[in-house]
Design a binder for this molecule. Sequence first.
Ligand SMILES: Cc1ncc(C[n+]2csc(CCOP(=O)(O)OP(=O)(O)O)c2C)c(N)n1
Ligand code: SF4
Length: 303
Amino acid sequence: MKTTALNITEKEFLLSGNRTCPGCSLSLAYRHILKALDGKAIVTVPASCLTVLHGMYPVTSVLVPCVNTPFASTGASAAGLVAGLKAVGRKDLTVLAIAGDGGTHDIGIQALSGAAERQTDFLYICYDNEGYMNTGNQRSSSTPPGALSGTTPVVGKVQPQKDITAIMEAHELPYVATASACHPLDLYEKVKKARGINGTRFMHVFVPCPPGWRFDFSDTVKIGRLAVETGWVVLYEVEDGEFRLTDASESMARKGGKLRPLVEYLSPQERFRNLSGEQIEKMQARVEKRWHKFMERAGFKAK
Ligand SMILES: Cc1ncc(C[n+]2csc(CCOP(=O)(O)OP(=O)(O)O)c2C)c(N)n1
Ligand code: SF4
């Protein structure tokens, strides 16, 4: 049965009153991730906004056990948990490694790649707020070109974004998917599916961040939806090598693949305020090219 807002489990594993900022979509994503795992998980997480959300001992807002791991070691720490659970014969728990883009694309990539290559049986989720947000918005390799950040304060970032999902797909994993906090049912379904698969599963979850991207905190879901409708974010999954678009991306492709103008996504965000018309045109062209490639891969023709 398809999950809807009416039949999704009412069980909560993320309690209200956590320490994230108002309008934080990481909180929204994490709530649905833990629901999809039915709370039957051990989490390992490096320093990030998520450690702040978890809270400081003896206080916590999360009803699952959690290991706070050093920045570079999330993949290695997950491998240790998997070995420990195997040694004590526990088969009922999912090991969830979850880290930000700084902790994944940059600092944790070596341990993640190693664990994936060894086919460690765990789920890795990168939540991507496109910067080192917990320490005040320094640029990461996932910060988009043109975006202002604490370390690119004048002209914005110059280099392109690293495509971590493509890198992880190249490890020939049994399950790789993208998702967005602002499409929570799609996220929920994907985590649920990933939970039932053996081996390394990787998910990239887009999480709009109001203070870092400088938009009004009441607009989080609007920004997340615009990201998909403009093609900035594409929702898909690759299961045993088979690619398919999902949720809103799939419906858009079915209707011929028309995108909303990218400027509708960029302009409400102060971090993009210095973009020139020429830069926006280039970004629009890049987004369209990428979207058409995804459509073609899923067997759709652009009209
Ligand atoms: C080895 C190490 N270097 C730096 C830090 C400081 N630090 C803590 S959280 C953080 C930012 C993490 O960014 P990201 O992984 O993108 O997660 P986010 O904060 O955006 O949730 C940094 C740099 C640290 N804790 N350990
Ligand atoms: S900085 Fe961004 S990701 Fe971090 S808690 Fe605040 S809104 Fe959430």
